[in-house]
Design a protein around this ligand. Structure first.
Ligand SMILES: [Zn+2]
Length: 298
């Protein structure tokens, strides 16, 4: 009997212990999952915003600055504004339009019309589309001049190392290869955001970067198209995580299965905006945390 009572007490104690751990766990999770408001103060947060077939990436630095790389199609503008407002963003310190295609720069026009933007980078290449013309007008209306995005140019953000590693050349046949590619490092974690850069630009990055293309997180070039993510480039970046930004059932068949197979073979964990919605990485410089959610959050 005494033995049985002892067992009962043990079970109760163990039960309480588990409950305690469970409650602590739930508490921590809850704190970490303020869905829709993703930035923890003092941490780097990188949101790959689901804008369908297109790119839009919001970077919030540990010191509270923000960088927006691309804005999706023009029709995504409202959604993008909503996402930025949910983050409590009142100005964009750095805006980058990777290249003049509408699935990258379209939504930036609404951002320029609604937020204070401190600095805008575009690669030195023009396009005859009305979207590109309207973007330049919106930049001018903010009283800004375009700064040129090119390899080797450091981006003035505090507390993180951010630099353009492409475009390296200035005579590419395809607009995609003029894509501004950003490499960002915080502590021992680094990210590369490829825009729509294809193999030719990847080769130029490889030959000009002195081998320093390592990145834990790779925003895969050109929506996972087989034109990008060449073997040498993937080997040099050697990412743990790949992010593919593309729309459900898009007209281009993105991502191409060659790219998916290549990433799988290299043991890279893949996140996709068409399957996961918004993909948010946060880091204290040592570890990476990944969350995904649909919609604008909040
Ligand atoms: Zn694109």
């Amino acid at each position: 009997m005494a033995k049985r009572r002892f067992s009962l007490i043990s079970i109760l104690l163990i039960g309480c212990l588990f409950l305690g751990v469970y409650v602590a766990g739930v508490g921590a999770d809850h704190e970490d999952n303020l869905v829709g408001q993703v930035n923890d103060r003092g941490k780097l947060t990188v949101s790959f915003i689901d804008v369908g077939q297109g790119d839009s990436i919001l970077i919030q630095t540990p010191l509270g600055q923000s960088m927006l790389i691309d804005g999706g199609e023009r029709g995504q503008g409202e959604r993008l504004l909503e996402y930025l407002r949910k983050q409590g963003i009142d100005k964009i310190d750095i805006m980058v339009g990777t290249h003049p295609h509408s699935d990258h720069i379209g939504g930036l026009i609404a951002v320029l019309e609604n937020f204070r933007v401190e600095k805008v980078y575009l690669p030195k290449v023009t396009h005859t589309s009305s979207t590109f013309r309207d973007l330049l007008t919106a930049v001018k209306n903010q009283g800004l001049k375009v700064s040129t995005a090119k390899a080797g140019t450091a981006i003035p953000l505090e507390g993180v190392d951010t630099v353009f590693i492409a475009p390296v050349g200035d005579t590419y046949g395809s607009l995609n290869n003029y894509s501004a590619v950003v490499q960002l490092a915080y502590g021992n974690k680094s990210f590369i955001f490829c825009g729509d850069a294809e193999e030719e630009s990847e080769q130029d990055m490889l030959s000009s970067s002195q081998g320093d293309l390592k990145a834990e997180v790779l925003k895969v070039g050109h929506h996972g198209s087989s034109t990008s993510t060449s073997d040498p480039f993937l080997n040099a970046a050697a990412p743990q995580y790949a992010v593919i930004m593309c729309g459900t059932d898009n007209d281009y068949g993105h991502p191409h299965k060659e790219t998916i197979e290549k990433l799988n073979q290299a043991g890279v964990k893949i996140y996709r905006t068409d399957e996961n919605g918004n993909i948010v990485f946060s880091s204290d410089g040592n570890s990476l945390k990944i969350e995904t959610f649909r919609g604008s959050g909040g």
